[in-house]
Design a protein around this ligand. Structure first.
Ligand code: ATP
Length: 450
């Protein structure tokens, strides 16, 4: 390469830079503000069919043709990225940008991004295929709430929050039980936000709201043309979308029996096949389920598979119903401020009468019902709860042991049963529990394990 004075120094750096430019397989040319070629690398010389000395010192339009814009760019007139340029029969896609020194334009550099359109087409097709292969992760698949969003004071709420923290610390299936509106979905979001999988997606499915004939495709995805109406390029299911994160199966008690069998197989094998597909895809996610039904009762009447129940119910979280909580006025005050803020209204104060109403009512719809009553209060100015629904004595909290202890004993029971079934074979017991062997060993070594 023949070089301009300012580039032709004999320092090691200048030599190295010259070598780099010659080794770059893309064509590169630089001009000064007059459009005169001051630098040209080997690949461009090869493409033009000459030596650098044949081109240096000549105007760029003489060498590559009148369609180039590089001499304009060198005078500060524009920048061109992805500019198509035909040079001696070669169809290039180029980038032409000005070169600045001390804030002044001193020339321009032209670089071929692609040396022919075929190379561009091939690259485009590779990118498209790679994009199709990567499951798209829309921003929507994120947890929206954290532990801080769970309002509540007192022992009952502390042990409920502890149960979420414990569940978030393990990569084990979690079963969240609680009445409607008590906060099961909120707990699932908080769990994901606390877990090691928080940077992965949080994908939710409501098993009760998807028609049973569609739920399999919704969960496991489908290949193109798997059924009438299927998208031609297929679609990833919720399992694939949740890769690396948490899959939240809400209302698990409403999952059709046939699908329960498929789900169990997927959890046992740790891999799934899309509907209409043949290739198994391995899965890497945590399962969190929620139910407001007594699953064991469903098991007894044959509406929920017992084996699936045991596989999913490894770490239970019981969300307390509102009537068992002794912090209702505090919760109501916090919610009033939150809802009033959202509605851009002043926050009303609770009177003693309001507090008594709140404490005395049974709240069958739990926190959701409370939120609705408070929203109406902000709008109408009065807290209206139907008098006949207010009981004379507030409900007492259950005298159950702390949730942490219940989780521990539940985990122990599951492990004991698995070890019994496998006659003490820990590898097989781990398999049966759907956890790794190392995980089982960790659980067995934990303080309090029986
Ligand atoms: N401890 C809490 N602090 C603040 N808000 C809460 C709390 N618990 C529940 N909520 C709010 O109550 C509403 C109902 O909660 P969520 O949807 O989590 O209940 P759910 O148990 O999943 O109900 P469902 O069974 O009907 O689906 C939501 O707006 C949620 O943010």
């Amino acid at each position: 390469m023949t070089l301009p004075e300012w580039f032709a120094g004999s320092s090691e750096e200048a030599g190295f830079l010259r070598l780099v430019l010659d080794h770059v397989s893309d064509c590169l040319v630089a001009v000064d503000t007059a459009g005169t070629i001051v630098l040209i690398n080997e690949p461009y010389c090869r493409l033009l069919g000459g030596e650098a000395d044949d081109f240096l010192g000549r105007h760029i339009t003489d060498v590559v043709g009148p369609q180039t814009k590089l001499h304009f760019v060198a005078r500060g007139i524009g920048t061109h990225v992805g500019y198509p340029l035909e040079v001696r029969g070669h169809k290039l896609v180029t980038k032409q940008v000005p070169v600045h020194r001390d804030g002044k334009i001193i020339g321009a550099v032209g670089l071929a991004l692609f040396s022919d359109y075929d190379a561009l087409k091939k690259t485009y097709s590779r990118i498209s295929k790679a994009e199709l292969a990567i499951p798209q992760r829309p921003r929507a698949w994120q947890s929206k709430f954290s532990l801080n969003d769970i309002i509540g004071t007192g022992e009952l709420m502390d042990s409920y929050r502890d149960a979420i923290k414990v569940a978030a610390a393990y990569d084990l299936p979690v079963m969240i039980c609680g009445e409607t509106g008590a906060g099961k979905e909120l707990a699932a979001h908080a769990l994901h936000a606390l877990s090691d999988r928080r940077s992965g997606p949080f994908v939710w499915v409501n098993c009760a709201s998807i028609p049973s004939e569609l739920i399999e495709a919704e969960l496991f995805g489908y290949e193109g043309g798997a059924f009438t109406g299927a998208r031609s390029q297929g679609k990833p299911g919720k399992f694939e979308l949740a890769t690396g994160g948490v899959l939240f199966l809400d209302e698990i008690g409403d999952m059709p029996l046939a699908l329960q069998g498929s789900l169990l197989r997927v959890l046992q094998m740790n891999e799934m096949v899309r509907v209409g597909g043949t290739n198994p895809v391995s899965i890497d996610l945590s399962i969190v389920c929620a139910t407001n039904k007594a699953l064991l009762d469903l098991v007894k009447v044959g509406r929920f598979r017992e084996d699936l129940y045991h596989r999913l119910n490894v770490l239970p979280i019981n969300v307390p119903p509102l009537r068992h909580r002794n912090d209702i006025p505090h919760l109501a005050e916090c919610l009033l401020a939150r809802i009033a803020g959202r509605l851009s209204k002043p926050t009303p104060n609770l009177t003693d009468h309001d507090r008594n109403l709140l404490i005395g009512y049974a709240w069958p719809g739990n926190v959701r019902e409370l939120e609705n009553a408070l929203t109406r209060m902000i709008i109408t100015g009065t807290l209206a709860i139907s008098a006949q629904e207010v009981s004379s004595t507030p409900a007492e909290p259950d005298a159950t042991p702390p949730l942490k202890d219940r989780i521990r004993s539940q985990t122990d029971a599951e492990i004991r049963s698995a070890l019994k079934q496998t006659r003490g074979n820990r590898s097989r017991a781990a398999e049966l529990l759907g956890i790794s062997r190392a995980h089982l060993y960790r659980l067995l070594k934990e303080p309090g394990a029986k």
